[in-house]
Design a protein around this ligand. Structure first.
Ligand SMILES: *Cc1c(COP(=O)(O)O)cnc(C)c1O
Length: 380
């Protein structure tokens, strides 16, 4: 079985696990305990992790709020900022192809009285800053646009959008869950007000993440309690998880350039291999503004519902939301104008740190053989 689903989750890097283990065993203290060495050690470890995350993103340690993952970070950013502006009824701008963490949070705010504009991307998945500009209103309080899409890898022009927001005093949040550790991101220019990230997408553990929130941003906490994280997110810190996130951030920082080159080459080899061996294939999304590790490919003339099942040697995905009864075609691909049929017959391949040349060559062969077989069945 070859794992090509790194955008769904990554394995924990062995060095990350090694860094975490002492904080389950001998250094099990509560980082908020001020009266003994157990607490001090835990607090020191959290401080180091904060420094590691801060360095990766060019922010100050005080601007990091540790959370349980990107979903919580997004909720805190969007709900917390709306609530702090005391206007549940403001206007919010986002994009149809955002992750459900953003879309469902915006739906929640809409039920509380906010007005939400959902921008439709172009066929290549990109939005134009001019579309954001056209959607602006005097009461716009928040814009949320992801850096890179989880299904297609398409990278949005967030600097230009953040600049539009800043010029008008509108808060800008970005879901950078798929970009952190894969793209060089530096927030020191001050354009991005809030950024969400997750440990398990960058070789850290699941259930830990962070919200970066710049000094000037006023947020109302969404979880009250012992006033941890400067009152922005109460609850005893997940020390081993945070240590793991910090180590993961450090490793990504060190490997970013070499991994970008390696993964681009591997991804292109997979993509070119499939496109040249299998007729009726197209890549979904802009291929210039794209993550190094992701390719999303549609296969014409196959029964999409059976495609992934039939690719039995590959762990990949089609980004569709599965409920117990029905499988929906990807709303991301549909927003880009794909038919239900093609959206079903699309596969996201996402590569990562442990992907090898050999695995890619085997994957190309397996996809080629499987699609050929399915087409014979489909035609018959
Ligand atoms: C995985 C993912 C999330 C959710 O992150 P969790 O830490 O699992 O809550 C949000 N946004 C994007 C783009 C993602 O890929």
């Amino acid at each position: 079985m070859t794992y090509l689903d790194y955008n769904a989750t990554t394995p924990v890097d062995p060095a990350v696990l090694d860094a975490m283990l002492p904080y389950f065993r001998e250094h099990f203290g509560n980082a908020a305990s001020r009266t003994h060495v157990y607490g001090w050690q835990a607090a020191d470890a959290v401080a180091q992790a904060r420094d590691q995350v801060a360095r990766l993103l060019g922010v100050s340690e005080k601007e990091i709020v540790f959370t349980s993952g990107a979903t919580e970070s997004v909720n805190l950013a969007l709900k917390g900022a709306s609530e702090a502006r005391r206007s549940a009824s403001g206007h919010i701008i986002t994009v149809e192809t955002e992750h459900k963490a953003v879309l469902d949070t915006c739906d929640h705010l809409a039920r509380l009285g906010a007005d939400v504009t959902y921008i439709t991307p172009h066929a290549d998945g990109l939005i134009d800053p001019a579309q954001v500009e056209a959607a602006l209103r005097p009461d716009t309080l928040l814009i949320s646009v992801m850096v890179a899409n989880n299904e297609t890898g398409v990278i949005q022009p967030i600097d230009a959008i953040a600049q539009l927001a800043q010029d008008r005093g509108i808060l800008f949040h970005t879901d950078a869950t798929q970009a952190v550790g894969k793209l060089p991101l530096n927030l020191s220019d001050g354009l991005i007000d809030m950024l969400s990230l997750s440990g398990h997408k960058l070789y850290g553990p699941k259930g830990v993440g962070a919200l970066i929130t710049r000094k000037h941003v006023k947020l109302t906490a969404q979880q009250d309690g012992g006033r941890h994280e400067r009152g922005r997110r109460s609850g005893t810190l997940n020390v081993p998880g945070i240590v793991g996130l910090g180590k993961a951030a450090e490793l990504c920082h060190q490997q970013l350039m070499t991994e970008t080159i390696r993964l681009c080459a591997l991804r292109d080899r997979l993509e070119q291999g499939i496109l040249s061996h299998v007729r009726g294939t197209v890549v979904n999304g802009n291929t210039t503004h794209r993550l190094p590790n992701t390719t999303n490919i549609s296969f014409a003339n196959v029964d999409g519902e059976h495609l992934l099942d039939s690719l039995s040697e590959l762990a990949a995905s089609n980004g569709s939301a599965c409920t117990s009864a029905t499988t929906e075609p990807s709303y991301v691909l549909k927003a880009m104008g794909l038919s239900d049929e093609l959206a079903y017959a699309s596969v996201r391949f996402s590569l990562g740190r442990f992907t090898t040349d050999d695995e890619i060559d085997r994957a190309v062969q397996h996809v080629t053989d499987t699609v050929a077989r399915l087409r014979v069945e489909f035609a018959g």
